[in-house]
Design a protein around this ligand. Structure first.
Ligand code: HEC
Length: 214
């Protein structure tokens, strides 16, 4: 896991201790990644996973057009921490896949979880659920696909709860399946899909609408 200093940890009133630990380190990473702050560099150097994340972030920001880059840099530290804590739950970064491609893959994984449950196969279920939880991050990260109008502290504040619904419950589902508790695994499909639907409600328009229809 990622290490971080105690000082920054105190200054954020976040929900759980784990979230605090995670987000604080992520904020440090983000700030270093944006070359805005040089403190805590030694902590970053000490942990290869932080170094890795820093590289990923720098790469994402470099890919953004100036209008997006500007908006991202203007986000509050809290929002940045929240975004980075979401990214930290993933270690598969695509250099080419779009968000739509990733989403299609996520849907496949969701359906695969369902198949595992329906065939009473804990290994199939758990593997697919973990794959879903650690879905690929599209090229440039999530932000380029959410629309410029959504790149604000207010709009992005909801992302973390959607992430918990989807990724958090997928990991719980995997654990339940591994214990052979397929009833609990099945009961978590609903909360996962609620997370998908809630995020789509905020950040997505209807897929595939044609502008050639009256
Ligand atoms: C972080 C918010 C978020 C979450 C959580 C989320 N999605 Fe999406 N999803 C999006 C956005 C944004 C798009 C539109 C992307 C675009 O068009 O570039 C999308 C698009 C899609 C699409 C349409 C792809 C297409 O071809 O247009 C599918 C299918 C989909 N998501 C499935 C899922 C499933 C299944 C889950 C839950 C397991 C899920 N999504 C969770 C944000 C989310």
């Amino acid at each position: 896991m990622i290490k971080q200093g105690n000082k920054a940890q105190k200054s954020y009133g976040l929900k759980t201790k784990i979230q605090k630990l995670r987000r604080t380190s992520i904020a440090t990473v983000l700030l270093i990644g944006s070359a805005m702050v040089t403190t805590n560099a030694s902590a970053a150097d000490a942990d290869p996973s932080i170094k890795e994340l820093k590289k990923v972030l720098q790469g994402q920001i470099e890919l953004m057009k100036p209008e997006l880059e500007e908006k991202v840099k203007g986000l509050s530290v809290d929002t940045k921490m929240s975004l980075m804590s979401i990214l930290a739950m993933h270690n598969r970064y695509s250099k080419q896949a779009t968000m739509r491609q990733v989403m299609t893959e996520v849907l496949s994984d969701y359906q695969s979880v369902m198949a595992g449950i329906m065939t009473d196969n804990p290994e199939h279920t758990a593997d697919s659920a973990r794959r879903l939880a650690n879905h690929r991050i599209p090229v440039g990260g999530l932000l380029p696909y959410l629309g410029l109008e959504n790149i604000s502290d207010e709009r992005l504040a909801v992302l973390d709860s959607f992430n918990t619904s989807v990724e958090g419950n997928a990991l719980k589902l995997a654990a339940a399946a591994e214990k052979g508790d397929m009833a609990t695994a099945a009961s978590l499909l609903g909360p996962i899909s609620s997370g998908c639907v809630a995020c789509h409600g905020v950040f997505r328009t209807k897929p595939g609408v044609s502008d050639l229809l009256r």
